[in-house]
Design a protein. Structure first.
Lengths: 113, 113
């Protein structure tokens, strides 16, 4: 069964520091991996989608890498701001699970002014 | 932009009531999903649908049913609400192709008294 792990569960950084968020998965037979942001009491906002054939995706200050062979993805957020404080979740769409995403537990980020 | 709209942000119901949660998407997506999110348990898939009138059980379908009579609308039904169904409910949709991102609504915070 696919497992998706995000360590650490929580992270606190001073404003301006780069954020590095990790996601690991056990089954490398994936279609894609997606990163989400969730603010307290809200739904999930899609940040980046990386296809299994891609090594990285970028959007503004966000960059996500994918190493399928080692079962890892990293989300980099450059020059963090207090507004980046949120929970970040990764999810993989694995070939064995058809249409269903498998989610990690998330990393709760606090960016201190 | 994809818009996934959940009918209520907050809902309070009593035990034994039949509860309907509605979700509408505006992008003609084939796939729609219902999740619940609880502290420490993460996101858990209740049901999903890959076409009109088609549905599949997720990881925790007990006590729930769903209805998809039109492509844009996916309803979650709590047949006889119980206090352990107090939770945040999240609806999502995704295009049929495997290389597209999944999009979420803002969530419904449901309290069963």
């Amino acid at each position: 069964k696919q497992e998706v792990t995000q360590i650490p569960a929580a992270l606190s950084v001073p404003e301006g520091e780069n954020l590095v968020l990790n996601c690991s998965f056990t089954d490398s037979a994936i279609y894609n991996l997606q990163w989400f942001r969730q603010d307290p009491g809200k739904g999930l906002t899609s940040l980046l989608l990386i296809q299994s054939s891609q090594r990285e995706q970028t959007s503004g200050r966000l960059n996500a890498s994918l190493d399928k062979s080692s079962g890892r993805s990293t989300l980099y957020i450059a020059a963090s701001q207090p507004g980046d404080s949120a929970t970040y979740l990764c999810a993989v769409l694995i070939k064995a699970a058809g249409n269903k995403l498998t989610f990690g537990g998330g990393t709760r980020v606090l960016v201190k002014p | 932009d994809v818009k996934v709209t959940q009918s209520s942000r907050y809902l309070v119901k009593r035990t034994g009531e039949k509860v309907f949660l509605e979700c509408v998407q505006d992008m003609d997506h084939e796939n729609m999903f219902w999740y619940r999110q609880d502290p420490g348990l993460g996101l858990r898939l209740i049901y999903f649908s890959y076409d009109v009138k088609m549905k599949e059980k997720g990881d925790i379908p007990e006590g729930y049913s769903v209805s998809r009579e039109k492509k844009e609308r996916f309803s979650l039904i709590l047949e006889s609400a119980s206090t352990n169904q107090t939770s945040m409910y999240l609806c999502a949709s995704r295009e049929g192709l495997k290389d597209q991102p999944q999009h979420f609504g803002d969530g419904t915070r449901l309290s069963i008294l």
